[in-house]
Write a protein that binds this ligand. Structure first.
Ligand code: FAD
Length: 390
């Protein structure tokens, strides 16, 4: 019983974003996650990475880079298709496969800022799963303060020579290339010193650590990257030299909405599994769900998750129109990931001791969900961004 997927609860307010085509796509995604990911996830967590073949399978089913233009192997569809993938992945509690990072972050950098050559070389391979992408900003010495990064790319004729290291890189071990934030300028130009450079795995001097041992998300091949005099052609620049920071800031708003979607969908999933569990579990001769404390806790959580869902859906309407502002995205990211932490903690409590056993999906969600408050910019940085607009 512990590993069954709870039926999602009906929303209090109907959602208005999706049409029949979206629904058909949702069915395909649901089948993929339920039949091709869920049965392997425990093994993926033990080995510290997904099977490489699952990327090819996702590509075969048309689930990678869906919003990319058709000429580059995508489906050319709107971002709601990405949202559906995120929601369905969260529904089964899969944190191993870095699909969104590959399709909705790395591919976006290439498509929005990359040269024609980079786009036509990499995007079609990303869409089939032949190539897996990663993005590397964070360094051992700096994460929040990106302008303090030290990984350097020094000009040498038509090439750069790259030195430095990056850490906590999602999809790192299995990645075939990484879009790396590097310092191409010197001294006091601040943000204008930063550029994005595509670096292929296998270039001389580019090495990776093993999967980092994390508290949660154990099937995700997060790792460190090391660059020791790596020679990279200047044609691998993603965007012009010196515009890396601006590109990062542009894409980070969408990345924050991705984390909000993951957070709200995971909170809905936590709630659904807790409703089911507390109805099944009997204490003092009656279901846990029958105690007033349980009913009130569930009612409070359902209300808050619903309110969060409406805010995220409204942000998505603005994403579709290209009008979402960074402060609204930051508010969504911090509030929804905080909400997820509160909800999951309460749901663990309502499971009693079983909530602490990894065999139960709520326990896995408890350890997996913590990172949402840290990655994509910490929640403290989100509040900085919001406060600057006041
Ligand atoms: C599972 C996981 C996956 C990740 N994937 C990637 C990836 O694919 N690519 C990538 O580049 N990075 C990735 N990261 C890194 C992540 O984005 C950083 O960890 C994050 O931005 C925070 O940086 P830091 O760890 O250096 O913390 P620090 O910047 O050292 O922050 C430490 C503490 O100080 C606080 N703080 C910092 N500045 C301020 C301030 N101005 N005001 C108040 N408080 C402040 C922070 O909020 C935090 O609480 C990942 C991280 C995790 C955990």
């Amino acid at each position: 019983m512990s590993n069954t997927i709870a039926q999602p609860m009906n929303p209090m307010l109907p959602r208005t974003l999706f049409n029949a085509d979206h629904q058909a796509f949702r069915d395909t995604c649901r089948r993929f996650f339920e039949t091709e990911c869920l049965p392997h996830d425990e093994r993926w967590q033990e080995q510290g990475h997904v099977d490489r073949t699952i990327w090819n399978r996702a590509g075969e089913l048309g689930l990678l880079c869906v919003t990319m233009p058709e000429q580059y192997g995508g489906l050319g569809v709107d971002r709601l298709y990405s949202v559906i993938l995120l929601e369905e992945q969260a529904r089964i509690g899969n944190s191993s496969l870095g699909l969104a990072l590959h399709s909705d972050i790395v591919a976006n950098y290439l498509n929005n800022f990359g040269s024609e050559e980079l786009k036509s070389t990499w995007l079609p391979k990303m869409a089939t799963g032949e190539s897996v992408g990663a993005i590397a900003m964070t360094e051992p010495g700096t994460g929040s303060d990106l302008q303090s990064m030290i990984t350097s790319a020094v000009s040498d004729g038509d090439d750069y020579i790259v030195n430095g290291s990056k850490t906590f890189i999602t999809n790192g071990v299995l990645s075939d290339f990484v879009v790396v934030a590097v310092k191409t300028g010197d001294g006091d130009k601040g943000a204008q010193n930063i550029s994005l450079l595509l670096i292929e795995a296998g270039r001389a001097g580019f090495t990776k650590s093993k999967t980092l041992k994390k508290v949660g998300m154990r099937g995700q091949d997060t790792c460190e990257l090391f660059f020791d005099n790596v020679r990279v052609p200047k044609s691998n620049l993603v965007g012009k030299e010196g515009v890396g920071f601006i590109a990062l800031m542009k894409e980070l708003a969408w990345e924050r909405i991705i984390i909000s979607i993951m957070s709200i969908s995971s909170a809905e999933s936590a709630l659904a599994m807790t409703l089911q569990y507390t109805n099944d579990r009997k204490v003092f001769g009656k279901p846990v769900a029958s105690f007033q404390n349980t009913r009130f806790k569930l009612a409070e959580m359902r209300s808050e998750v619903q309110i969060g869902r409406v805010y995220v859906d409204r942000c998505l309407e603005l994403v579709l129109k290209g009008e979402l502002q960074p402060d609204a995205a930051s508010a969504a990211k911090y509030w929804c990931s905080d909400l997820l932490s509160r909800v999951v903690d309460e749901c663990v409590q309502l499971h009693g001791g079983y909530g602490f056993m990894l065999e139960y999906p709520i326990a896995k969600l408890y350890i997996d969900s913590r990172a949402n408050r840290i990655f994509g910019g910490t929640n403290e940085i989100m509040k900085e961004i919001i406060s600057r607009t006041m």
